[in-house]
Design a protein around this ligand. Structure first.
Ligand SMILES: [Zn+2]
Length: 608
């Protein structure tokens, strides 16, 4: 999926990397004071009272020791503005004077070159401007917005427009500016079947411009203001307009989502405007289609949890249940706002006021938990078949949860409610892991690492043992944020132990051995493994200090991951997948920065 019109050639990306100045970007958002060769200031990315944000213009890096964010100038720009990679490239190129490459040829959609030189976005923008003018002129459209209590400022912010009644208004209004062929190509005009005069696709409709995450106009949605049977109509799916990859309102919500780490997900344009009108800014809409994994992935880049704000009717109920595994699969927590029977978010606001909608969102309940309650029948204790069916349904539901500890937590809840021992649920869950893994990063196991006792595995055991000992003694533990990622452990069992430890530690507790064991209870032979680790520790002279052991694992993993990233990056470049490329380059920068904290690597290694 391309997010921007720009063709992100490696040369262009490199030119931008060379031109940007991290100091200048930072200085636009916080006051910096010199401290040796670096500059210090209050972090613009989190609230703080003492400066822990540092910029090193020479190396082109920033680092905040408060919130832990760090990286190069492009990353800083992306964090400050919410731009995606393609958007950042364009904005930074303009700001630092890098000439923009020509728009990618593919964006012309393969159509014949037209007499003027408009790209599809320019065609859409021309139409958007005209629709906006018509909204100002249309009594009907304005009355509709008033009735829905959508403030004029909001309509303006979202660029709402109106397509008047009649068949050729847009075509005529843009004649001379936009060739008819271009209007047909972007789906704003259509030809009758069997030939004849082309006509406007949108007639007597409220128009919603649809922008991608970078704020580029990619299409329109139209809601009828008459009694057209098709309540909503969209422009045709094109190369840049895939409803399944877009979220309506995302470009205007992503900053709020990043701050709250939450996103309210609603079904349609009007619901979204209603939520915004009620003061809920971290809201996006899935445009009436079933939620896709791509949309969930987009949300997961900014949010930790999603609140579903779907209609309070059976169709909404079904849509919620379909969305649940997709969201869980991206590692998102999912809550569901309970709307009164027959209400959608917007109708609730209109009937009971903005506070009622905000309360429904804030008090939304954990959706997995409520699903468990729903699935397990009240008479389960007297109904063996019902219990078995419910058990199967719950196992299907829990399979979607990628985090082992979270899955364990839910499984315990379900087992209790079902009145069955936990082990009746968990082995079947583990069987489901094969499916799950596909959605996760492939496990990073280099050749030789899974052998009996390689030096690598030895190091992993050592690190884990020292970690568990330090935790049980309650001293000498590094801060949770400094622990290596779980992938640093190549041995799957040891990784599971470490992951359990790390998750508990990140949640704020110093994990005791029994907590860790509880969390890996579904791992065969977990107790024995732990005992072995700890017994061995009694006589292991010359063990490195814990910090060194962890650091050497981290560094081994980073080197391994960098090798993987190199091939993933060239593959993404070959595919021309800008979204993937963005994420991979960002990760590569972060990993290089971790591996060579004082070397000027990320500036030069980004796009070779
Ligand atoms: Zn910070």
């Amino acid at each position: 999926m391309r997010l921007s019109n720009l063709q992100l050639t490696p040369q262009f990306v490199q030119a931008v990397r060379d031109a940007v100045d991290v100091y200048e970007i930072a200085a636009g958002h916080t006051r910096l004071q010199r401290a040796g060769r670096k500059w210090k200031g209050l972090c613009p990315l989190h609230k703080e009272k003492t400066p822990s944000f540092q910029v090193d213009p020479e190396l082109g890096f920033f680092k905040c020791f408060g919130c832990g964010e760090g990286g190069d100038a492009i990353k800083l720009h992306m964090l400050l503005t919410g731009d995606d990679f393609a958007g950042a490239m364009e904005a930074l190129a303009q700001r630092f004077g890098v000439p923009l490459p020509a728009p990618a040829a593919a964006h012309r959609g393969g159509r014949a070159k037209s007499e003027t030189d408009l790209d599809p976005e320019q065609v859409l923008e021309a139409a958007a401007a005209w629709y906006r003018e018509q909204l100002a002129r249309s009594e009907t459209a304005r009355r509709y917005l008033e009735r829905r209590q959508i403030p004029a400022a909001l309509a303006e912010q979202f660029g709402l427009g109106y397509a008047p009644e009649g068949w050729r208004h847009l075509i005529q209004a843009l004649a001379g500016k936009v060739p008819l062929g271009d209007l047909l190509a972007v789906g704003l005009a259509a030809r009758p079947e069997g030939g004849g005069e082309p006509y406007d696709r949108f007639r007597h409709r409220l128009i919603f411009p649809i922008r991608n995450g970078a704020g580029r106009l990619v299409g329109f949605g139209g809601r009828t203001l008459g009694d057209d049977l098709a309540k909503y109509v969209n422009t045709a799916e094109t190369e840049r307009f895939h409803k399944g990859q877009l979220l309506y309102g995302f470009d205007l919500a992503k900053r709020a989502i990043r701050e709250s780490r939450r996103a309210l997900l609603v079904e349609g344009y009007v619901d979204l405007l209603g939520a915004r009108a009620a003061g809920i800014e971290d809201c996006v809409a899935s445009m009436g289609t079933a939620l896709t994994p791509e949309q969930a992935r987009l949300l997961a880049r900014y949010a930790d949890e999603v609140v579903l704000g779907y209609d309070g009717d059976p169709a909404g109920e079904t849509a919620c249940r379909r969305a649940l595994p997709i969201l869980l699969g991206q590692g998102l927590a999912v809550r569901r706002a309970r709307l009164p029977e027959g209400e959608d978010p917007d109708s609730l606001r209109l009937k009971e006021g903005a506070p009622a909608l905000r309360a429904a969102v804030d008090q939304a309940q954990d959706f997995v938990q409520t699903e468990i309650d729903r699935v397990v029948p009240g008479d389960v204790h007297r109904n063996p078949h019902g219990r078995s069916r419910a058990g199967k349904e719950i196992i299907d539901l829990l399979k979607a949860v990628p985090d082992a500890i979270l899955r364990y937590g839910y499984a315990r809840m379900a087992a209790e409610r079902l009145g069955v021992p936990l082990h009746l649920l968990t082995p079947r869950l583990e069987l489901g892991e094969g499916v799950l893994r596909q959605s996760l990063r492939p496990p990073a196991v280099p050749e030789g690492a899974s052998g009996p006792v390689t030096p690598g595995r030895r190091g992993e055991e050592e690190a884990l043992r020292l970690l568990l000992l330090a935790a049980d003694r309650g001293e000498g533990l590094p801060p949770a944020a400094e622990l290596p990622p779980a992938e640093a452990f190549f041995d799957p069992d040891l990784r599971k132990f470490f992951e359990a430890f790390r998750t508990l530690y990140l949640a704020g507790a110093v994990p005791r051995l029994r907590d860790v064991l509880g969390a890996v209870a579904d791992l065969p032979g977990a107790d024995g493994k732990a005992a072995q680790l700890l017994v061995e520790s009694e006589d292991s002279p010359g063990a490195p200090p814990l910090g060194d052991a962890l650091r050497s694992l981290s560094r081994r993993w980073m080197r391994h991951r960098l090798r993987e990233l190199h091939s993933l990056i060239s593959e993404a470049q070959r595919r021309g997948d800008a979204a993937d490329l963005e994420a991979l380059l960002a990760e590569k920068n972060a990993v290089s920065a971790g591996l060579h904290p004082t070397a000027p690597n990320a500036r030069t290694t980004g796009a070779e």
